[in-house]
Design a protein around this ligand. Structure first.
Ligand code: HEC
Ligand code: HEC
Length: 376
């Protein structure tokens, strides 16, 4: 089999039968793509990359002053040493709160058209403010953040030079952060080298894993294209964690999110698990669905899933081997998962292949941040 030209089964079927758009909540533009090496990072026309902008974005990403009480930076929940995510099942939150979902890696996020576990943001420029302002993440207020930037002379100077801002505009900060995130890419993994033609880049075990991925284990059904995601939404029956259900702090955030997302009062009081895509669409059939995540950099970004249910590839593969699980919304569980009947050796091959998608760790020290000073 020539892996370079392999089309996933779903993509192949979609190309034969034209599926009417109304049958699926996903647009036809999302048709599955073959596995491939990562290409060039897409850059929006209104935010071109420059080295000065990237350097500013890096400082802002690590700077806690873009947040309510000036103590939480992007890097606190997307820590370079924790896979550019956060190593607890549920992310840390704004002081006094915890988050309600697992923190995702920002490595390669620049390629995604749908950000967050349920695709709530469409671009990095739109994602950054919702992270910085969200009550359980940065809890920042735009005017206050702008004033803080203005009183850091080094920033004021750079905003003027890069964006022409006489007074730093918070929207420019989001552009700079997005430009920095577009440099956190990872396109030299063993998998990329293999896909570009170096047949020695994957070990024999990893090549067997790749074959299983596209064949018997059928991961390719949803994890396809260069990012290994179709960016569609499924309920796999990921179980909820009892520790989460029994934690007061976690439940406060969870109820708060129900309220913020505008569910019925009955649901606000009684719901016991994250309803996922439902919060955006309010369609019953979307309860418990989450966006297929990319599989790149996952060797560094455990635990896995929207609620951090699985701590390593072994647990995760066992979950799929059993055909997924059951949760409160199992009526919506995808029919695409079935028991796989993988042998121990096959499970190891699959895990070895997943490793090949991660390559070298992207390391970075916290930069020295410029100080406040009064205006001249
Ligand atoms: C308090 C923790 C916290 C802070 C602070 C935080 N994040 Fe996040 N981030 C998360 C969590 C948790 C998610 C997943 C949330 C969800 O999907 O509901 C996430 C998701 C993301 C994603 C989406 C990745 C993907 O695969 O879709 C990006 C990009 C991101 N954050 C960037 C940032 C940036 C930039 C900042 C600073 C402006 C920031 N985050 C601040 C916790 C945090
Ligand atoms: C029906 C679509 C589908 C199939 C088939 C599928 N996945 Fe997934 N995968 C998903 C979705 C959706 C999630 C996120 C689920 C959640 O958080 O509730 C996910 C999550 C993951 C994650 C966690 C990534 C992270 O950042 O947390 C890994 C790793 C993974 N899948 C690997 C696999 C492997 C290996 C296979 C084949 C054995 C496979 N998947 C088959 C849809 C699928």
């Amino acid at each position: 089999m020539n892996f370079l030209t392999t089309i996933s089964r779903a993509g192949f079927l979609a190309s034969i039968f034209l599926v009417p758009a109304f049958l699926s909540s996903n647009a036809l533009a999302d048709q599955n793509l073959p596995l491939a090496a990562l290409g060039a990072v897409p850059v929006p026309a209104d935010n071109p990359q420059t080295s000065a902008k990237v350097a500013l974005g890096k400082l802002l990403f690590f700077d806690p002053r873009l947040g309510g009480d000036a103590s939480v930076s992007c890097a606190d929940c997307h820590a370079p040493k924790q896979g550019w995510g956060f190593a607890d099942p549920i992310s840390r939150g704004y002081p006094g709160a915890i988050h309600w979902r697992n923190s995702q890696t920002v490595v390669n996020a620049a390629y995604l058209g749908k950000l967050f576990w349920v695709g709530a943001a469409k671009s990095l420029e739109a994602q950054a403010p919702s992270a910085a302002k969200g009550a359980v993440s940065g809890n920042g207020e735009a005017d206050m953040m702008e004033a803080r930037l203005a009183f850091i002379p080094e920033y004021a100077k750079q905003f003027r030079a890069i964006f022409g801002d006489r007074w730093p505009r918070i929207s420019s900060a989001w552009k700079a952060i997005a430009a920095f995130e577009r440099t956190l890419i990872h396109d030299q993994t063993p998998f990329d080298k293999f896909m570009r033609g170096d047949k020695t880049a994957l070990s024999a075990e990893q090549q067997r894993g790749l074959k299983l991925f596209q064949g018997k284990a059928n991961c390719i059904e949803c994890h396809n294209g260069p990012l290994l995601t179709d960016q569609k939404y499924y309920n796999l029956g990921v179980p909820r964690a009892e520790a989460w259900l029994n934690s007061g702090l976690a439940q406060i955030t969870f109820r708060y999110e129900q309220y913020a997302k505008g569910v019925t009062e009955d649901m606000y009081r009684t719901i016991k698990d994250d309803a996922g895509l439902y919060y955006r669409t309010k369609q019953k059939r979307d309860k418990g669905k989450f966006r297929t995540p990319p599989l790149r950099y996952t060797a560094y970004s455990a635990p896995f899933m929207h609620n951090g249910s699985f701590f390593d590839f072994g647990e995760l593969i066992e979950f799929y081997n059993q055909g997924g699980g059951t949760n409160e919304f199992s009526a919506n569980k995808t029919k695409l998962l079935k028991p796989l009947n993988l042998s121990d050796e096959e499970k190891e091959n699959l895990a070895a292949f997943l490793e090949s998608l991660s390559g070298e760790e992207i390391k970075m020290q916290t930069p020295k941040l410029p100080p406040y000073a009064p205006l001249d």
